[in-house]
Ligand binder design. Structure first.
Ligand code: GLU
Length: 358
């Protein structure tokens, strides 16, 4: 290493506040916007913390980013409505479009349905800049509240240039997962968000934000889902397969006006009881069905229709002709992709294409 470079590093280390890494110092001037929606991270006994109060919890924040805040909502995640999803996505798109100098956006959310909100943003925010979704498992009145640490990590991820182009990211516990793949795997434990099968995208450590995987599937800036003219999301329900299940539930969501049904099937696409007959009922009424797996990971493989001469019973032929494979998307994520797909098309081939690209 040249003497000049050595001297520069010595000077740099001398002027950094104690405990600040060189990587963190590099992003200190990056501007990040916090959009708070509520959840356990803000659910203090006696009154929820506001967006501004959340920022004040993070020590030495200016070492990492310049954070501005706004309150979108202050409710538990499962109380957010689908209309609020539309508004949230429109708000994030607006903030990023209006402010080209903004490095990224952090969205707080309750953890219960966080993976759904994050995936919705992953498909509908049309920017390369990171959207980081963060929450906490312990509320601010609980011993061991981890919200401030998670927030600090989320701000660092949003400020880091290496986070660009990776879609919506979920950051808790020092881990960065893709919104597409992450699942809440435990109802109470801190280490609950995980990407089954594939693992984390990256980590937030003392020395900075480090990535080990990239997202190959279409999302955010490469997404075709433009919500500009969308005022309502089509109804799509999720139906679970279990031994001896009655098809009545499927028929009733069809009769109630669902446009699509995601079946959380057994194994790689099996139904049980009288569900197959009910799926045929759905198809006859123009309701799309997506087969996903209830296993928690793995694919449901797209199927080709066998040639007529192989003599497959007509009912089964029809089911294969109409059904869409979720591939490796979990049922909750498949529901969101199907809702968005139905805002653009009612052509089954087009919807299949979307399930193979996103
Ligand atoms: N864990 C809840 C959620 O996902 C938060 C509870 C609350 O904020 O009331 O939103």
């Amino acid at each position: 290493m040249g003497r000049v470079v050595q001297a520069f590093i010595l000077v740099l280390v001398a002027v950094l506040p104690a405990g600040t890494s060189i990587a963190a110092q590099e992003t200190a001037s990056a501007r990040v916007r916090l959009i708070a929606t509520g959840g356990t991270i803000s659910n203090r006994e006696g009154g929820r913390l506001t967006a501004k109060e959340l920022i004040e919890l993070v020590p030495n924040l200016t070492n990492y980013a310049q954070v501005e805040a706004e309150q979108f909502a202050n409710v538990s995640s499962s109380q957010l409505t689908l209309n609020q999803w539309l508004q949230l996505s429109q708000r994030v798109n607006h903030v990023l479009a209006e402010d080209p100098g903004l490095a990224g956006v952090v969205v707080t959310s309750g953890t219960d349905t966080l993976e759904e909100t994050a995936y919705f943003l992953h498909l509908t925010v049309r920017s390369e800049r990171p959207v980081v979704v963060v929450g906490a498992m312990r509320n601010p009145s609980t011993l061991g509240y981890e919200g401030a640490a998670n927030l600090q990590q989320a701000f660092r991820v949003a400020a880091a240039p290496q986070s660009r182009g990776k879609g919506a990211l979920v950051v808790l516990n020092g881990e960065i997962n893709s919104a597409r793949e992450v699942t809440k795997t435990d109802s109470l434990r801190l280490h609950t968000f995980a990407t089954r099968g594939y693992g984390v995208l990256g980590l937030v450590d003392r020395d900075g934000v480090v990535y080990y995987r990239d997202m190959l599937r279409r999302h955010t800036y490469r997404s075709e889902f433009d919500l500009a003219g969308v005022t309502e999301l089509p109804r799509v329900d999720v139906i679970l397969v279990y031994q001896g299940a009655s098809g009545d539930l499927i028929e009733s969501v069809v009769d109630a006006g669902a446009h699509g049904i995601v079946v959380a099937a057994a194994g790689a696409g099996a139904t049980s009881g009288t569900q197959n007959e009910a799926i045929a009922y759905a198809h006859k009424r123009g309701v799309f069905t997506v087969m996903s797996t209830r296993t928690g990971s793995g694919r449901v493989i797209p199927r080709q229709l066998p040639p007529l001469e192989q003599g497959m019973p007509e009912g089964r032929r029809l089911n294969i002709a109409h059904r869409i494979a979720a591939q490796d998307l979990a049922p909750l994520k498949a529901r969101i992709l199907l809702m968005l797909a139905l805002t653009r098309t009612s052509d089954v081939t087009e919807i299949r294409r979307m399930f193979s690209e996103y």
